[in-house]
Design a protein around this ligand. Sequence first.
Ligand code: GLU
Length: 496
Amino acid sequence: MSDETKPVRVRFAPSPTGKLHVGGARTAIFNWAFARANHGTFILRIDDTDPTRSTEENTQIILRAMRWLGLDWDEGPEVGGDYGPYKQTERLGIYRQAAQRLWDEGHAYPCFCTPEQLAADKKAAQDRHDPFQGYQRRCRHLSCEEAQRRIDAGEPYVLRIKVPEDRGDVVIHDAVHGDVTFDAKELDDFVIFRSDGTPTYNFATVVDDAMMGITHVIRGDDHLSNTPRQVMVYEALGAPVPMFAHISMILGADGKKLSKRHGATSVEEYRDAGYLPDAFVNYLALLGWSPDGETTIVPRDVLAKTFSIERVSKNPATFDPAKLDWINAAYLDAVGDAEFTDKVMVPELVRAGLVGSGDDRPREWLLTLASVVRPRTKHLGDVAGICSMVFGTADTLEYDEKAVKKGLAKEGMKLILVAASSKLVAIPDDGWTADAIDAALDPLPDELDAKKRVVFQAIRAAVCGNLVSPPLGVVLELVGKSDALARITRAETMAK
Ligand code: GLU
């Protein structure tokens, strides 16, 4: 059992065999939040012992994603710490020493069985309907002398852990799943070191977790079945077993495990699609955890204060892109026009090539634009599309098909545009504001004896080239008087 009084030390231990995915990010967030809520230490460790699938490039992608998510780690790559190195490939000597110790103390033994021998043993077990079809412990009872003789003769061997004969049930006290019982008889004398001199995951992880003083292991429940084996390693090492918390899978809307089929799965893709990291962290934190079952906006600092494993659900969580969008929009909405302008809108406009990097529009103009763009933005990626029509000029404006068909190419539209022009021309240049524009256009429907919707649809189509833009008065103000009039003149040629 874990010692509740020890300072909390948790780790996130991704394998750099791919990018950081939504599930991994959620595990990282839970570990980070648990550490922060308990004034503990959050460790990042790179589990790169699978040399065929781990790459340095993936490690860098993971570190970047962690930084983007704002999950600062107290020990790990780039920041160091007292228990390093924090990459498993740099710890091979440590694993070797630990394995040697288990061997010397009789908790591990060399096994010389060839793959053919293992396959034959398995087949025989199947044929005799033996409920146990794992390793038949053939080399467990070799004498030290014989083992040494075969090693000296250059025979390849692996190291296996010696699961105690009388171990009985292994009960995992899981903070999420409760007590989970495994029968030790079902546990193989599993391999802890391969014949190529590399440690297996179940061994390296426990050596690290034990040496790094990890008090709580919070990870995906795909690792629950590894846990009894890992407990065997803790016991062989004589190290305290940490508290485990295996968190549920994340499912797609169809109830299947979240995967590429459901859309974006890597953190990078969400960053590039324009989600705010704070919103993304908030959303992922709610996949399997909730402060009270209702609250959906949980800012990072609140998460860092209130997170508790007791409120983690053992049921699978469903990834709901609509909820993520809703939360993202709520965060965008909460930032205020000035912050939205600087942090979101201008960078997006620069990215889309609509303004120069030194933002070449007056500050006031940008703030006015932000006031109408912000409430309409669900993702950063929406920004350019929402406001592209205020950039450019009457000559470059593109009219979409719907705007032409519904707003312009109908009988009587030209008349409306001509009347609108004469109202707008009358506004003094220095009084060209959204309020003045709205006031000037307001009497038009009555004067023309036309429906309000029809009148404003025509003007909107003429000035914006679409029918869905932000409020008309503001758009006209932002476009400027002479270009607004030029746009209407151009549209008159398309109107009936
Ligand atoms: N490296 C493992 C993985 O990426 C995690 C191991 C663990 O948390 O124990 O799945």
